[in-house]
Design a protein around this ligand. Structure first.
Ligand SMILES: Nc1nc2c(ncn2[C@@H]2O[C@H](COP(=O)(O)OP(=O)(O)OP(=O)(O)O)[C@@H](O)[C@H]2O)c(=O)[nH]1
Ligand SMILES: [Mg+2]
Length: 452
């Protein structure tokens, strides 16, 4: 149990309807008693989880606000907590905070409330990471993934795997205690089966990681093509407003333009680039080089081709740049005009026909992009790995499982097998924080905002 009482402004620092100032620690109620008055009830007699209207006295002003008390262990942090719901505004909230500090509270570090919840056993490490993911979400799917973590779905899976490993260890113990029973062979067969199941479970989780990371970080779409094919028109059509300048002058877009849009709850990061061509213009060439480089960052490359003109050597140069890529969607644009290209010259199978200018097939294109990137089975998987720390731990746990399976198969003694299995158990326990080192715990909580 931590000794001091911390305080922070938990709402953003700006003008708004309400500001919340919160405290956590054993002196929270005592401190509140010094500065808050309600006309009927003494603060020390306040019922937990009930809002009281009253006056908060500070050095420079009196604030009429609401107070709520949470009695340990039934609070977010697991400690005694008090929250004041004040009028919005930076100065006012700062005045309240100063008053709390004057009376003995300490200003909380970023994430310290959640860290206390973790130290009190209210949350596991992965659940706390879910909290930060929900707060930082920019799309519905990020919120869903964060909530799944926060609600302990990954934690349950970790416990399930650890349960299987504990079973294996118990069987090994029996076999080692009664060598005369000749259980050894049977035990090994049993354990190989259990470990193979664990491996399948871990691989199933790992198979969600690339989709999970696309959801967590946003999915990168890069529009490329030669000049004037309608890349910027396509960007505007996908965003549904005029973000990029469109003209019939070749080389209109010279720099990278980036903007986000959401489709089916997923955040897409859309990049428009300069048209690729031979140019003597220094500035344009910088843009063209940036365009070529951005191809490598894309989750999906939208290669725009103007069907109203024959293919040129610029189209061929781009085809050459894309030739070994699998993440290409060819977009035949300007289908409102006569088609002059031979589609056989473009060796990609994933194709969509549109008219960016007339906004024809734009919704269909969004659907195609979504279907190309996301596998429905993975999207509806109960657990999706969205966090590099978790992916790394699960991948190392899978490798350790392989090592243990080999040990079991290679007739090495049971003591060694038992050590291998314990290593998996400890590694996977790092996800929930059961077996995590302090340094990593501190890094995780330092990513939180103050007041959470
Ligand atoms: N008919 C027709 N014209 C289009 C279509 N899409 C774009 N255009 C026209 O093509 C011209 C070039 O469009 P942009 O969107 O600026 O082309 P871009 O590929 O961004 O060109 P750069 O920035 O120069 O590389 C403009 O005159 C657009 O109005 C379409 O679907 N049909
Ligand atoms: Mg453009």
């Amino acid at each position: 149990m931590v000794e001091d009482t911390i305080c922070a402004i938990s709402t953003p620092m700006g003008v708004g309807g309400i500001s919340i100032v919160r405290m956590s620690g054993k002196d929270s109620l005592l401190l509140a008693e010094k500065i808050f008055r309600n006309s009927k009830t003494k603060v020390s007699d306040f019922e937990p989880r009930k809002l009281y209207l009253g006056t908060l006295q500070t050095e420079n002003f009196n604030e009429k606000c609401l107070m709520v008390y949470f009695k340990a262990p039934n609070s977010y942090t697991g400690e005694d907590m008090v929250e004041f719901q004040c009028h919005g505004g930076v100065k006012l909230a700062e005045g309240v905070l100063k008053e709390l500090v004057k009376n003995g509270a300490r200003i909380a570090d970023g994430g310290e409330f959640t860290k206390r919840a973790f130290l009190d056993g209210k949350l596991s490490l992965d659940e706390a990471e879910g909290v930060i993911d929900v707060i930082n979400s920019e799309s519905d799917s990020q919120i869903r993934a964060g909530y799944n973590l926060m609600q302990g779905k990954l934690k349950s899976k970790v416990s399930e795997v650890q349960g299987k490993l504990t079973d294996c260890l118990a069987k090994l113990e029996v076999s080692m205690d009664y060598p005369e029973e000749e259980l050894e062979e049977e035990t090994k067969i049993d354990i190989i089966k259990e470990l193979s199941d664990v491996k399948i479970e871990l691989e199933k989780l790992l198979s969600t990681s690339s989709t999970g990371l696309s959801i967590k970080n946003g999915t990168k779409l890069v529009i490329v093509g030669k000049t004037n094919v309608g890349k910027s028109s396509l960007m505007n059509a996908l965003l549904n407003y005029d973000r990029a300048i469109v003209t019939d002058i070749k080389g209109t877009t010279r720099d990278i333009l980036e903007e986000n849009f959401e489709y089916k709850g997923v955040k897409f990061i859309l990049t428009d680039t300069a048209g690729i061509r031979e140019s003597d213009d220094i500035v344009e060439n910088i843009g063209i080089n940036k365009a070529k480089k951005s191809i490598n960052d894309a989750d999906l490359i939208l290669f725009v081709v103007d069907t109203s003109e024959k293919l040129t050597k610029e189209d061929e140069e781009i085809l050459n740049l894309l030739k070994n890529k699998e993440n290409v969607l060819v977009i035949y644009n300007k289908i409102d005009l006569d088609c002059k290209i031979d589609k056989k010259d473009i060796p990609f199978k994933n194709i969509m026909e549109i008219s960016a200018k007339n906004e024809k097939n734009i919704l269909e294109l969004k659907e195609k992009i979504y279907d190309t990137i996301f596998d429905q089975n993975i999207m509806s998987a109960p657990i999706m790995l969205t966090n590099m720390r978790h992916i790394d731990i699960i991948s190392k746990s899978r490798d350790l499982t392989n090592i243990a399976i080999n040990t079991a198969k290679n007739d090495i003694n049971l003591d060694l097998l038992s050590i291998d299995i314990k290593n998996i158990w400890l590694k996977i326990g790092e996800i929930t924080g059961e077996t995590e080192v302090e340094e990593i715990i501190n890094t995780i909580f330092s990513k939180f905002c103050v007041g959470k």
